[in-house]
Design a protein around this ligand. Structure first.
Ligand code: ZN
Length: 435
């Protein structure tokens, strides 16, 4: 086996004309991890002194005790002094961009290739921070190219579930604002729609472009350059048309929503998750439960835009005004949602905040009353299930992809341990191992 592996490494220079495909049919790659403490299923107590065996990118077993190092074909990894947990999952990122003072100019200066390379780098920062899967909700088609290139093994990055461009009403949060009309014509997206029939067309256009999930903007939002508030924007019949036409093509819908009426209309229409949820109250909570929908709180984004509004001269006046209203609400929103039993999936809106800082959201989750265990479960098992990836990631268990991270200290005692992840494995490949 060792010989075959060295042949593979030698590549085309080898005198043996055996293709990689021929060899991979019988040469397996085995990695054995000795884990001092391991949270295999967040929500259940961590286990001590376990051996995790990974073959060809997937976990095949988790067994008690440290297995002897007698498998000469295996690579052994010593995490005996570490706390090991499943790869983290962020349900709300925008890998194609990162907010900065020049972003409005960059919209008309960056080429498709520039966007794609930036998205690749942002994805790699995210992976190195311990986030092995993400949901990219709202971005150009370069994100689909990134998703597909990562899945094909051409480049490194997190596993991506992507929506592409948001479905939004004309002039709504997902439309483009604040340029001369000639420039706005360039930005015209097939996912902008008005009226139920047109919204069916727009939803189908999003799926045709490559959407795994349909993202809609049910209400206004902070960073769109328009003084149109953060209340409901789509009508009920438009929301229902979007959800139903997405369902006919096997897609779920997730809704950006701040205002209470917009959140509630979206839930009644059948969206599976709400992003932000700023002005929810106890009546809204009842609808989350009735429709089995989840909340992605993105408190980090709220804190970030308040900081800009107060301390930096980055935001156009319309956005600044909205930031100062919405941001301070978000921590209390999460407190209400959690205290009343809403299912919460971890999400940051990274791209507003810097990529790679995703774990900062954990600090706000604990500040809002979640236990460390609840916060970690939201970023693993719950996020995986709610992103329709529950069978492949979210836990350290036989049959799942080997997405495994580790930190030095115990994050159940101090959640900020996750701000600095020391070991990252995705699909069995080690990306980071700092002793
Ligand atoms: Zn967002």
């Amino acid at each position: 086996m060792k010989f075959l592996k060295s042949l593979l490494r030698a590549g085309t220079s080898s005198v043996f004309a055996i293709s990689a495909f021929t060899i991979s049919a019988f040469a397996s790659d085995t990695t054995i991890i000795h884990a001092g403490q391991v949270l295999t299923h967040p929500g259940k107590a961590p286990l001590q002194k376990q051996t995790i065996t990974v073959v060809d990118g997937k976990i095949v077993s988790v067994t008690a005790g440290y297995a002897k190092q007698n498998n000469t074909d295996a690579t052994y990894i010593d995490l005996k002094n570490s706390f090991v947990l499943p790869g983290l999952i962020d349900s709300h990122v925008h890998l194609s961009m990162e907010w900065n003072p020049n972003i409005r100019l960059q919209a008309v200066t960056k080429r498709s290739g520039d966007i794609a390379f930036d998205a690749m780098i942002n994805g790699q920062k995210t992976l190195m921070a311990g986030f092995t899967s993400v949901q990219d909700v709202g971005g150009p088609e370069e994100v689909f190219a990134l998703r597909d290139a990562i899945n094909a093994g051409k480049i490194d990055g997190p596993r991506i579930r992507a929506s592409g461009r948001s479905v939004s009403p004309t002039g709504g949060h997902g439309d483009t604002h604040g340029y001369i009309s000639k420039v706005l014509d360039v930005f015209r997206s097939p996912t902008i729609c008005d009226g139920a029939d047109d919204c069916r067309r727009a939803t189908r256009a999003a799926i045709k472009a490559g959407a795994d999930i349909v993202k809609i903007t049910a209400t206004g939002g902070v960073l769109s350059n328009t003084a149109a508030g953060t209340g409901q924007q789509f009508f009920q019949d438009e929301l229902e048309a979007i959800v139903q036409s997405a369902a006919k093509m096997g897609r779920q819908v997730t809704a950006h929503a701040h205002g209470k009426a917009g959140i509630e209309s979206a839930l009644k229409a059948g969206v599976k998750s709400i992003q932000h949820g700023t002005y929810l109250d106890k009546a809204t909570v009842r609808l989350f439960k009735k429709y089995d929908a989840s909340l992605v709180p993105t408190v980090l984004a709220g804190m970030t835009v308040v900081d800009w509004a107060e301390n930096k001269d980055w935001l156009p006046p319309a956005s600044k005004a909205k930031a100062l209203k919405v941001g301070p609400q978000m921590l209390n929103m999460l407190r209400i949602a959690h205290a009343n039993g809403v299912t919460i999936a971890f999400g940051t809106d990274s791209g507003v905040s810097a990529h790679g800082d995703n774990a900062r959201e954990f600090g706000y989750m604990v500040e809002a009353g979640m236990s460390e265990m609840e916060a970690i479960k939201a970023a693993t098992i719950t996020a995986a299930e709610r992103m329709e990836m529950g069978d492949i990631v979210g836990a350290i268990a036989a049959g799942k992809f080997a997405d495994i991270i580790a930190v030095n200290g115990n994050p159940l005692d101090d959640i900020t341990e996750l701000y600095d992840v020391d070991f990252v494995m995705k699909n069995g490949k080690v990306y980071k191992n700092e002793d």
